[in-house]
Design a protein around this ligand. Structure first.
Ligand code: HEC
Ligand code: HEC
Ligand code: HEC
Ligand code: HEC
Length: 481
């Protein structure tokens, strides 16, 4: 345990001069609405815009020539769960942060395009405030002009020249077909042949930024037009945008390491690291067919995973001096929104179905003692310690009834509902606590308590979760297998 902790918290290798010369671009993306890592477990404490900001600053100091590429899918997928107002604040600030990081090229990924209406408005707000409002380096080469959103037509270019490279962009999702050209169509092939063949781009290193399903990636690779392809993730099922929490699956970067792409290097990234590119890593690369022959979860993919070209955005990479005002404004916006939410929820407290653990103490002493010694009884204090007790996203899993009527409202209004309590697992029990003859009717579906646990204990918040082992730490009643 200690050894793995040490390995995880060791600082990212600081880039040496040699390292600086071995790449010419740095790519990141796929934040999926995650502004900062939750920090629930050290193993998944990676990523976040603050660490990226510090990283970018340091890299530019070492290598002013380096180009940053943003792969998109940085806002939450459409239909993402959680408190909407909180998520929109996070998405808006992510956008502003990315503009400040000032990449050479940005791909509008599927999530930006699937949430085109929100994205267009958010971009409008940013421009109107703006120091950040200059022309955006959006690149999207497969726009079918007719019905594309206005902001996209106004901002996206079909290629961008930077630092000896010509950068193209491709995004695909079936539902976006009214305004995007697929790669596996004659019109798509023709578009790319013409673009890449442009005289103006002769001699430049050709790079494609990609977001979409595998069949499109395959079609693009077959065109043999690009020196490198950087793909934002590998999920092929566009209808079901990847679950944002599944950090260890389906998020990958594909890099072609020889000219015209017989070989690829694949590695996970998912908003948690920055990929370095520009120099061939032939030895690490695998034949192209391996990439497509294996399913998402098969060992084939694991075999391809490599962390070598990645700088993970670990806790140590945090520079608290970067953009202080910006991060203070972000926390302020979350706090204001939390206050608004509390006002709305306050009225429900009068009719709460919850009693709180104190009310159980007298009759269930043993269970109470076990609970008091467990981390559940301290879950809210841990948020306070991190200054995150006003972030609705965190609060939900660290309190009683955070998104239910009559559940936790705020530290001030409902201190009895702070922390994870008896009723998180046993259901509302106010009536039972007053009169135990009231047999509570609530049980988890199929009497399966593990389903209750994984509502909170799932990656990245609890990557080690195992029902038997975890229940073993808090046992206080008969366990049914
Ligand atoms: C006044 C005493 C009293 C209080 C207060 C009380 N209980 Fe109970 N509880 C009982 C008794 C007695 C039983 C056994 C009832 C039975 O099986 O008929 C019981 C049974 C249970 C059971 C097992 C059966 C079931 O319903 O699943 C759970 C779980 C439970 N209580 C949880 C709680 C929680 C949580 C609280 C606090 C919110 C609480 N109780 C408060 C007396 C109490
Ligand atoms: C409402 C969300 C929630 C539910 C439901 C939940 N937990 Fe937890 N659990 C947490 C949080 C939050 C923590 C960490 C608290 C802290 O340290 O700040 C935690 C911590 C734990 C720990 C301590 C881990 C350690 O390494 O010491 C154990 C054990 C645990 N939970 C077991 C369970 C089991 C078993 C279930 C289901 C029967 C369950 N939890 C259900 C939120 C939840
Ligand atoms: C989906 C539910 C969920 C959300 C959302 C969540 N947490 Fe947690 N958190 C947990 C669970 C479960 C644990 C216990 C993990 C374990 O021990 O396996 C935990 C543990 C923690 C711990 C204790 C770590 C330690 O070292 O003991 C801290 C601190 C924490 N979370 C902070 C946060 C913050 C900050 C956020 C918001 C950015 C957040 N959590 C969002 C479920 C959640
Ligand atoms: C993290 C989830 C969790 C928390 C928190 C929790 N329990 Fe339980 N409790 C369980 C599980 C799981 C069982 C075993 C139920 C089973 O196997 O039927 C259980 C069993 C019990 C039982 C015995 C039930 C029976 O059928 O005999 C009682 C009583 C009980 N809990 C009371 C409490 C009280 C009181 C608290 C708070 C002080 C509490 N529990 C906190 C999950 C939890």
């Amino acid at each position: 345990m200690l050894a793995s902790l040490l390995a995880l918290t060791s600082p990212i290798t600081s880039p040496t001069i040699a390292a600086a010369q071995s790449y010419s671009w740095l790519a990141y993306g796929d934040f999926r609405g995650q502004f900062e890592p939750c920090g629930c477990d050290p193993k998944t404490d990676l990523g976040g815009v603050q660490r990226l900001a510090g990283f970018a600053q340091r890299e530019r100091a070492l290598n002013p020539e380096v180009s940053f590429f943003d792969l998109g899918n940085n806002i939450a997928p459409p239909g993402a769960e959680g408190d909407r107002a909180t998520q929109e604040i996070k998405d808006q600030y992510i956008l502003e942060a990315l503009v400040r990081i000032n990449p050479a090229a940005m791909l509008p990924g599927r999530f930006e395009l699937l949430r085109a209406k929100w994205f267009g408005e958010a971009w409008g707000r940013l421009k109107s405030q703006s120091k950040a409002g200059g022309p955006l380096p959006y690149v999207l080469s497969n726009i079918k002009d007719a019905s594309a959103p206005k902001w996209l037509k106004e901002t996206a270019r079909s290629y961008i020249k930077t630092n000896g490279m010509a950068v193209f962009g491709f995004t695909w999702d079936k539902s976006l077909s009214p305004f995007l050209l697929p790669a596996n169509s004659s019109a798509g092939i023709k578009r790319f042949k013409i673009l890449v063949g442009n005289e103006e781009l002769k001699g430049l290193h050709r790079i494609l930024l990609f977001s979409g399903p595998d069949d499109q990636l395959k079609a693009l690779l077959k065109m043999n037009l690009f020196d490198e392809v950087i793909a934002s993730n590998r999920a092929s099922d566009a209808a079901k945008p990847d679950q944002p929490d599944r950090v260890n699956e389906a998020r990958a970067i594909v890099r072609m390491t020889s000219a015209r792409g017989e070989r690829v290097l694949q590695t996970q990234l998912g908003g948690q690291g920055v990929l370095r590119g520009g120099a061939a890593r032939r030895a690490e690369a695998k034949p192209l067919d391996v990439l497509f022959s294996s399913s998402k979860t098969s060992p084939g993919i694991t075999a391809l995973l490599s962390s070598k070209p990645i700088s993970w955005l670990e806790r140590d990479s945090l520079n608290p001096d970067v953009w202080r005002g910006f991060f203070a404004a972000y926390e302020g916006a979350l706090k204001d929104s939390f206050g608004e939410r509390a006002k709305v929820r306050l009225a429900d407290l009068a009719n709460t179905p919850y009693a709180g653990s104190q009310a159980c103490k007298g009759c269930h002493g043993q269970a109470y003692d076990v609970w008091l010694k467990s981390k559940h009884s301290n879950a809210f204090q841990d948020l306070i310690a991190k200054g995150k007790n006003h972030d609705a996203e965190c609060v939900g899993c660290h309190v009683l009834g955070g998104s239910e009527k009559g559940g936790f409202v705020s530290q001030e209004a409902s201190p009895q509902f702070m922390n994870v309590q008896c009723e998180n697992c046993h259901g509302p029990r106010k009536e039972h606590a007053i009169n135990p003859a009231v047999k509570p009717t609530w049980r988890p579906a199929g009497d399966d308590f593990s389903k209750i646990c994984v509502g909170c204990h799932h990656p990245p918040h609890s990557p080690e979760f195992n029902y038997k082992a975890y229940w073993g730490k808090i046992t206080h009643g008969p366990m049914k297998d």
